[in-house]
Design a protein around this ligand. Structure first.
Ligand code: DAH
Length: 340
C-alpha cells in the first residue's frame, strides 16, 4: 500500500505539471482527492489492517494528501497568474496606435456664404445685428414706407400668423429695430431668414436668407453707398470684379438702385448664366427714405443714410454654380460635402 501511495504521488505530480488550464487543475483535484479517488479508496481499505499498520498507513496517506494539496495549490497559483497575464495582454491599449477617423460634417454653403459676407463687412467696420423672424405689419411694411395697398402686403405674398403678426418677408425689418434702438452713427449688417408665399422651383423657395445693411450718419451720400458696395464686391469675389448701379424702386429708399456685378461665369463677355449681358444683379440698395429715418425720430435735415439688401442663396448659387435653390434644403450630405 505504501508503494501504491508513492505511485499515486508521482502520478499526481506528473498530471499536475501537465495541467494547462484552471479547469483542468480543478478536474484533477476531484480525481486525486475526491470521494472516488484512489487515495480515498486506499483509506477505506485500511479497515482490514492491524492497528499499527493502520496508523503507519494513515500517516503516510495523510502526508501524501497534504503533498498533493500543496502541489495543487502551487499549480493553481501558476495558472491563475498566467491567466491574469493573458487578460492583461488582451486588454492592453496601444496609445500610439492611430485612431479610426471620425467622419466630420461640413458647414452648409449658406452658412459659409453668410460668414464670408459678414467677414468682409466687419473688415469695413460694420457690426452684426439680428432681428426676429416673427414680425408685425409695422416693422415689415408700415415703418418701411410701404403704401397701404402695396402688393407685397397681400396674403398671397406674405405668411400672416394673424392680422398683425407675420413671418418677415425681408431683413429690412432690422433697419426699423435698429433705428428705434440706436442713435447714429449706425453701421450694421443683419443676416437672417425670410419667408414668402412662393411655390418652390429652381429659383424660388418659401424660406431664404438675406443680408441687410444700414449706414446712418451726418453727411452720408450715394458716393458712400457706391464705394462701400463696390469694395464689398471686390473683397468678396475678387479685385477684377466690376459693379454697375441701375435705377430701381423700393418704398424705403429714395433714390433706389439695383447693383449688378460682372458675371461670375464669363467675367463679362456674355454667357448663358448672365443671359448674354455680362452682368448679374446681386442686390437692392438706396438712400434711406426720410420717412424711414423719421421712424427713429431722427432729424432728417441732419442725418442721411444708405441701405442695401442681398439674397444669400442667389449669391451662393452664382458663386458655386448651383443651378437649383432646392438643393440647399434637401440635406443631401453628398451635396453639402462639396463645400468642405
Ligand atoms: N428688402 C428688399 C427685398 O427684399 C431688398 C432691399 C432693397 C433692401 C433695397 C434694402 C434696400 O435695404 O435698400 O427685395
Amino acid at each position: 500500500m505504501q508503494s501504491q501511495l508513492m505511485n499515486l504521488l508521482e502520478e499526481a505530480r506528473e498530471q499536475l505539471k501537465n495541467a494547462s488550464t484552471l479547469a483542468e487543475a480543478e478536474e484533477l483535484r476531484v480525481r486525486l482527492l475526491g470521494k472516488k479517488s484512489k487515495l480515498t479508496e486506499i483509506l477505506r481499505s485500511m479497515g482490514s489492517l492491524s492497528p499499527d499498520e493502520r496508523k503507519a498507513l494513515g500517516q503516510a496517506a495523510n502526508s501524501v494528501r497534504a503533498e498533493i494539496e500543496g502541489l495543487l495549490a502551487e499549480r493553481l497559483a501558476v495558472l491563475k497568474e498566467a491567466q491574469k497575464e493573458l487578460k492583461f495582454k488582451a486588454e492592453r491599449i496601444d496609445v500610439t496606435e492611430p485612431g479610426s477617423p471620425v467622419k466630420l460634417g461640413a458647414k452648409h454653403p449658406i452658412t459659409v456664404t453668410i460668414e464670408e459676407i459678414t467677414k468682409v463687412f466687419m473688415s469695413m467696420g460694420f457690426t452684426v445685428t439680428e432681428g426676429p423672424e416673427v414680425e408685425d405689419v409695422f416693422h415689415n411694411f408700415d415703418a418701411l414706407n410701404a403704401a397701404p395697398d402695396h402688393p407685397a402686403r397681400d396674403m398671397s405674398d406674405t405668411f400672416y400668423i394673424d392680422e398683425e403678426k407675420l413671418l418677415r418677408t425681408q431683413t429690412s425689418t432690422v433697419q426699423v429695430h435698429t433705428l428705434l434702438n440706436k442713435k447714429p452713427p449706425i453701421k450694421v449688417i443683419a443676416p437672417g431668414r425670410c419667408f414668402r408665399c412662393d411655390t418652390p422651383d429652381a429659383t424660388h423657395s418659401p424660406m431664404f436668407h438675406q443680408v441687410e445693411g444700414l449706414v446712418v450718419g451726418e453727411g452720408i451720400t450715394m458716393a458712400d453707398l457706391k464705394g462701400t458696395l463696390d469694395t464689398f464686391v471686390k473683397l468678396m469675389f475678387g479685385p477684377e470684379m466690376k459693379t454697375k448701379f441701375r435705377p430701381h424702386h423700393f418704398p424705403f429708399t429714395e433714390p433706389s438702385a439695383e447693383m449688378d456685378v460682372s458675371c461670375f461665369k464669363c467675367g463679362g463677355k456674355g454667357c448663358r448664366i448672365c443671359k448674354g449681358s455680362g452682368w448679374i444683379e446681386i442686390l437692392g440698395c438706396g438712400m434711406v427714405h426720410p420717412n424711414v429715418l423719421a421712424v427713429g425720430g431722427l432729424d432728417t435735415e441732419k442725418y442721411t443714410g444708405f441701405a442695401f439688401g442681398m439674397g444669400v442663396e442667389r449669391i451662393a448659387m452664382l458663386k458655386y454654380g448651383v443651378d437649383d435653390i432646392r438643393l440647399f434644403y434637401e440635406n443631401d450630405a453628398r451635396f453639402i460635402e462639396q463645400f468642405k
